[in-house]
Design a protein around this ligand. Sequence first.
Ligand code: SF4
Ligand code: SF4
Length: 498
Amino acid sequence: MQLLDLRGSLDARTQAFFRHRRIGPDRTLLTNLEGQWLVLDDEDFRRFATGATEGTPVHERLRAKNFLRDGYDEAKARETIAARKRFLGYGPNLHVMVVTLRCNETCVYCHASRADMDAVETDMSKETAERSVDLAFQSTSPAITIEFQGGEPLVNFEVVQHIIAYAEEKNRTAGKTLEFTMVSNLALMTEERLAYLLDHRVQICTSIDGPKAIHDKQRKLPTMSAFDEATVWIKRINEAYRARGLDPSLYHVEALLTTTRAALDAPEAIVDTYEELGCHAVFLRPLDPFGFAGKTAKMVEYERRRYLDFYARATDYILEKNRAGVQMIERYAAIFLTKILRGEDPNFLDIRSPAGAGIGQLAYSYDGNVYTCDEGRMLAAQGDDTFRLGHVDESRYRDIVGHPTVRAMVIASNLDSQPDCVACTYNPYCGIQTTHNHKTQGSVFGRMRESNICAVHKGIQDYLFNKLADGEPHVLEAFERWTTIRAREHFLHAPAGS
Ligand code: SF4
Ligand code: SF4
């Protein structure tokens, strides 16, 4: 991309604080401290950079977005930043409970380092489950989400039920807004279990890696197709939601994609699969380096440049479907766009500053060890205890959330103290993952210019801002819809008395 040559003509006396990035030929993106943005053509950017906007139409556009020193609205900037950082006022709201490491599937990239089905010593006991819930309820957050993870949580369903009953009972006096989520491959679902999960309003989330051939290549069951098992239940669960009178556009199984090398050439087929299954959201997540994915990288990994091509093709295809009346969003885009277009933070814990590890989430392993986050316990499963904060039998809540490791992660994931992020145009909307830095670069601080996560975040935001600058009406309309958050109140266990 050609750079503008402004040598000798810059004048820095009229602009308020701004960052800028060339995002296309004749396009420069400006953002400011509070996350307002403008895309300027070369002529307007030259005027801006040389302090010569007075009397031209761009002057008012710049002033309205707080890019000019003259008339800078400090109160508005403060308010906007406070609104974006509202999440800092709460404690951990996501509590990941690893009820077992046992799993019936064998996925090539398993991030959780699954254990065989006879490894009963990796099941969480009821006592450990109760102590984990006790600790979770000490969070200062008024809302608590308990997320069942594994291995496969349905393998230790008795403890899942015990946690739900114990948490519901505890909440009669705690009065928090309580939610339950289960991440499952669904192969061990039964009608009886489903009825229980529906009665207790547990959100169900699964993995679909693409059409059957791609999914079954990565995710294997001993004698049957993992894709068939998962999709039968997705359809059945969605039908059960409808039978209970719940709006299918809001209530449906959430499915997550793990993008492996095999998926890169099939973005359209993947989106079609999600549509056929009645999924209204696709989360085009790249592969993480945790668990077995480290060992199988030669088979499943790829350059992030290729991922970004895949991302653009898949998202373009979703936008075309939107134009044809299909309801579907891409979750990565929705997270960034909520910050870009609405000035709000959807509190996605890995894309916020500082990130949520230890202050937005905690993970409780089957043996009672407590970690900063799900990825922290994944690393522990491979012998790296860096992110262990304590144990449910002996640690106090204050010691867990005030642990030196949590403090280090908060500092490292604060984008205003990250060497590259501090000057990056995407600073107001972005976030980094300290566990990823630690695993791939040997330090929680990492080096963003060599980080895969940074490459993905930069590439996606380049894509989104170019779409916004293109201004195609159906795209702008779709983006507005993607950022409209409709609360799924059926899943909320409201505080007692409300
Ligand atoms: S990714 Fe999930 S379903 Fe697959 S082997 Fe690991 S724990 Fe089991
Ligand atoms: S992670 Fe990368 S894209 Fe995000 S703010 Fe930092 S430097 Fe920018």
